[in-house]
Design a protein around this ligand. Sequence first.
Ligand code: GDD
Ligand code: MG
Length: 359
Amino acid sequence: LLIPVVLSGGSGTRLWPLSREKYPKQLLPLIGEDSLLQATVRRMEGLADIELGAPLVVCNEEYRFVIAEQLRLIGMKGTLLLEPAGRNTAPALTLAALATMREGGDPILLVMPADHVIADTKCFQAAVRKGMTLAAEGAVVTFGIKPDSPETGYGYIQSGDPIDPDGTCRIARFVEKPDLATAEAYLDAGSYFWNSGLFMLRASVWLSAIGFCRPDILAACRAAWDKGSIDGDFLRVNREAFMQCPSDSIDYAVMERIAAGEGSLPIGAVIPLSAGWSDVGAWDSLWEVLPKDQRGNVSQGDVMLHDCNNMLVMSEDRLVACVGVDDMVVVETPDAILVAHMSRTQDVKKIVDSLKREG
Ligand code: GDD
Ligand code: MG
């Protein structure tokens, strides 16, 4: 049994002003008609030869109705595991593992960030099929993206001994968010992948790994789960117990240590994935994945461009006109307008941070 576990906890601050705390990026239809979350759940459609369980979405309780409605709209029956607060991905996956084992089974979990784009569904599904066997045997499976820049916001996976002739390898090393010099060295080395943030593993394998690496996280999640309740499609955990849980990510808490081959941890495998993956972290990466006109412009809504190149222009409310400018992002919403250079879209986060400080 394969259960898709969708992690939907982030808020996508670099996609301000479209992405807001009240409406984070995974709930927006940034590409096509589906929101990124709906597209994530749908990415499993057609995996007919695998016994597929209903998806489990792990999200903040605040988004339960929006997410339940988004699932309903695409005719998908899912379960929502509600977090009273964000504690990063390691606790989120720990709760998911406990929840999926509640009826006694030990399913394989396909952990998927809710806010990524994967252009080639068939290729993604082929990689998932490959991952099934390895995960069933107790490995922790990651999916590696061939890097094309020294991104410092990603995890880096060094491939080790080959497992099969199509490129699947043991993980030799896993380094989460290296500094720029290190990322450049990894890019030059040629043996590193970016970690896509997708994982496949058995629920019990995760529980023993997190129990080995972070017994405090396992204990807090177990207490929160044991004292929780089931309310239809909503799984609730005990607020007080979960608030005590330390924050950590899957990558720092467990993956780096699996790669180091520590103690009784499971083996790590990396399956190369070239399926048009993007984590659409900022406006420039959204521009990359959207269809463009001959001059490289993407425009959505009421937009007029004259002599412009490589622009991303979105309008929700008013007519936006640009003349003679290149490489800019312009995003108009009823209460805020962003104008940014395409090469500086990472820094949109700085505006959001100062808005938060000003309250
Ligand atoms: N439910 C829940 N609760 N989900 C969460 C939480 C939480 O507390 N925190 C984060 N998430 C979700 C996010 O919404 C996102 O879909 C996913 O988990 C990953 O979290 P990010 O915060 O976006 O992680 P990251 O981008 O810094 O790094 C991860 O992804 C990279 C690829 O995009 C790591 O796995 C890196 O190694 C990887 O390269
Ligand atoms: Mg991310």
